[in-house]
Design a protein around this ligand. Structure first.
Ligand code: ADP
Ligand code: TZD
Ligand code: MG
Length: 579
């Protein structure tokens, strides 16, 4: 083989320098818009795209499965208000990412699933291409918008449209289809640069109508027992000071939905979380701030909400079609959270009376009684640990580290952690969200660490962890400050179910007893710890949170301690036929 380097003729070299291609245009378009992190899984036809993106200074984080890369992108979107990017290969990789795209859309998190796809001509004639699938058609009903870019000169427009669709109005997931041929398409570099778009004002303010504000304030003024419900849309909006000022000026008790915890600290004097049942039942005027009246709030009706016809709802939301979706909204306030609350505050400055003292006293009394009851339980130090023992320890750890991110999934593990672990800063809690989906854990933990730089505590049911468990290798590979605590109760809800037939198969909800999950972490060079007592749990997690070293703590929980489906067992249909 000759060692001589062949010189290309000067003219060809020059023209090479003046050319660009689909790979580079896509990278330039993303970077131009401040999108610098990609979560994905490499393969045909996007392997080189990932390499080139990394070479251009983007952070390209490879996962073991696309669903978790997608969940990471969605959480990145939630935390930053910029669309999180997920990159997948065609057909199967695309489908693996689709669950995350649909989940992001359901949760109103902005993300863009960019997927390579096979040759259009072959796909459309169904001639059996490598990983053939009509991905655009399949993605469409599962996201907010779906686009395909066929020509390199349209990359700028395609990326701009995807960004706007993801973050404007109600945020959500966007699909961007990138056929293999697009990447290699060549065009003049200068024309290419001119075709790119830096999106101006991607999520424009939406100012509410003055009449809507007057209507809302007059409904609120008439209230004897007002309540504010804060949802993750309020947390997403990043107008924390305005929310604080609105709530404190109003003097109204507030109830945070799980991911809105910490917008105002859980120990704020107006926080009514410990009196949830009372305030839902007794309130007369309810202000929804970036929260939907979906199943998580019993659709705004039924027993939980007290006597029918006793409630009036005011709803502040960026999505006009959310109004009246479950019950009548007497005062819809449509706009972005910041603009709406500033307008409401403006109206309140013209004269405002805080709520009647007897209502505030009733809420405070209930809170104090329940907090005292809970305090007793949180001191518990049983071995084997129950949920209160273990969460009593983790609660203290988060209390001492208000900047830490908390990721949480499971059934009992989720429901108990949500009520026991207090949050004191906004957007620190990421959980199963609107669908109650298992499998967000490790993807969310990666994004939480990458996007915030703060230590992450992931509190995981043993079943929940299993959905994304392989990503602990990803956590180790990137050396992320993530401490995973598995609440190991040998199964889904409990570890005690038996097979009534007496056959060898265990019950469908039961796992291998005393599984050694911590060894998985050790396999990848992380720290794996097996704990059975509150003290051991405390010291292992404290150490992990301080060192920032990837850690998995296998916390053995009494296998009898959980209940079916945690707090939502009522949603299970029951057979009436006795066999
Ligand atoms: P939670 O589960 O916490 O109750 P949801 O996800 O049900 O919250 O509701 C979030 C709501 O917030 C959605 O209806 C969404 O349209 C709305 N939203 C999202 N971003 C904004 C924003 N910037 N301003 C106002 N509303 C928003
Ligand atoms: N699959 C997906 C994607 N999401 C789901 N929510 C479920 C299945 C059903 N499911 C729940 O709703 S909770 C749960 C499953 C499988 C696991 C509960 O067990 P766990 O938690 O070990 O995570 P606890 O602490 O034992 O209750
Ligand atoms: Mg379990």
């Amino acid at each position: 083989m000759s060692t001589e380097v062949e010189e290309r003729p000067a003219s060809s070299k020059q023209s090479q320098e003046q050319l660009t291609d689909g790979f580079h245009l896509l990278i330039d378009a993303l970077q131009l818009n401040g999108l610098n992190t990609i979560y994905g899984v490499p393969g045909i036809p996007i392997t080189d795209f990932g390499r080139l993106a990394q070479a251009s200074g983007m952070r390209v984080l490879s996962f073991r499965h696309e669903q978790h890369a997608g969940n990471a992108a969605a959480v990145a979107g939630y935390l930053t208000q910029k669309p999180g990017l997920c990159l997948t290969v065609s057909a199967p990789g695309f489908l693996n990412g689709l669950t995350a795209l649909a989940n992001a859309t359901t949760n109103c998190f902005p993300m863009i699933l960019m997927s390579g796809s096979s040759e259009r001509e072959i796909v459309d004639l169904q001639q059996g291409d490598y990983e053939e699938m009509d991905q655009l058609a399949i993605a469409k009903p599962l996201c907010k918008a779906a686009f395909r870019i066929l020509h390199a000169e349209d990359i700028g427009i395609g990326v701009a449209r995807a960004i706007r669709a993801a973050v404007s109005g109600r945020p959500g997931g966007v699909y961007l289809d990138l056929p293999a041929k697009l990447f290699g398409q060549v065009m003049e570099a200068q024309k290419g640069q001119q075709s790119l778009i830096k999106v101006v004002d991607p999520a424009p303010q939406q100012i509410p109508a003055p009449a809507a504000i007057d209507r809302a304030l007059s409904a609120l003024k008439s209230a004897k027992k007002p309540l504010i419900i804060l949802g993750k849309g309020a947390a997403y909006a990043q107008v924390d000071d305005t929310i604080k000022s609105f709530i404190e000026t109003s003097g109204i008790p507030f109830l945070p939905m799980s991911m809105a915890k910490g917008l105002l600290p859980d120990d704020h004097p107006q926080c009514a979380a410990a009196a949830r049942s009372l305030v839902l039942k007794e309130s007369d005027v309810v202000v929804m701030l970036g929260a939907r009246l979906n199943w998580l709030l019993s659709h705004g009706k039924g027993k939980a909400w007290g006597e029918p016809g006793t409630k009036q709802f005011i709803q502040v939301d960026i999505e006009p079609r959310e109004m009246d979706s479950n019950v009548e909204i007497v005062a819809p306030v449509v706009g972005d959270m910041g603009s709406c609350l500033i307008a409401m505050l403006g109206g309140m400055q013209k004269g405002w009376k805080t709520p009647p003292a007897d209502w505030i006293a009733a809420v405070n009394d209930k809170c104090s009684a329940n907090v005292a009851k809970m305090k007793q339980r949180l001191g518990s130090d049983t071995t084997p640990m129950d949920f209160h023992t273990a969460l009593g320890a983790l609660r203290q750890i988060i209390e001492q580290r208000p900047e830490a991110m908390l990721v949480n999934e499971g059934a009992n593990t989720l429901d108990f952690a949500r009520s026991i672990i207090g949050m004191s800063q906004p957007r620190k809690r990421v959980d199963v969200g609107t669908w109650g989906i298992m499998g967000i854990g490790m993807g969310a933990a990666v994004a939480a660490a990458v996007e915030t730089g703060h230590p992450v505590l992931a509190v995981e049911g043993d079943s929940a962890f299993g959905f994304s468990g392989m990503e602990i290798e990803t956590i180790c590979r990137y050396n992320l400050p993530v401490c995973v605590v598995i609440f190991n109760n040998n199964g889904i809800y409990r570890g005690t179910d038996t097979n009534p037939t007496g056959a060898e198969d265990v019950a469908p909800t039961v796992f291998v007893k005393d599984s050694r999950y911590e060894l998985m972490m050790q396999a990848f060079g992380g720290n794996g710890v097996y704990v059975t007592t509150r003290d051991e749990l405390s010291s292992a997690v404290n150490e992990a949170m301080d060192s920032g070293r990837p850690t998995l703590v296998n916390a053995i929980i009494d296998e009898n301690a959980g209940t079916e489906s945690g707090r939502i067992g009522n949603l299970n249909p029951q057979s009436v036929v006795k066999k």
